[in-house]
Unconditional design. Structure first.
Length: 136
């Protein structure tokens, strides 16, 4: 569904963080457009404030990610288009983003796009420890 097709919240309506998150799930990652910023795990927290605005905390996939401004602009545009007047964005660098934050739907989208999704390390088990000795 596009932003234009999504209904705008009526005046004095109460919005919930779940609704904000659902709207943000429609925002594609600018570098890999088949995955949303929610499924990619960039959106860390959504809070609705008493003033009717919302606070969205995002974490870049890596420090210095050049797409963060594009993502921030897309978040604001998406929420403003739905009637959320106050959108406050917060960048959180720690803890650093990890592929563990990706949803299963996001991993499937990557695979469908031709990108190998990250594997769970647990499926491989621990590598055996080797003891090295120096020969004299």
């Amino acid at each position: 569904m596009t932003a234009a097709a999504t209904p705008v919240i009526p005046a004095h309506a109460v919005i919930h963080a779940e609704q904000i998150r659902a709207w943000l799930a429609e925002v594609p990652d600018p570098e890999i457009p088949v995955i949303s910023i929610v499924d990619l795990g960039i959106v860390r927290e959504v809070r609705v404030a008493a003033d009717g605005g919302c606070d969205v905390t995002i974490t870049p996939t890596y420090s210095g990610c050049p797409a963060m401004q594009v993502i921030a602009d897309a978040i604001r545009a998406t929420l403003h288009a739905r009637g959320v007047a106050q959108v406050r964005l917060h960048n959180q660098l720690s803890p650093a983003w990890t592929t563990d934050w990706m949803s299963e739907a996001g991993k499937a989208a990557l695979q469908g796009y031709g990108i190998a999704p990250p594997a769970q390390l647990a499926q491989y088990g621990a590598a055996p420890a080797r003891r090295c000795t120096m020969l004299a």
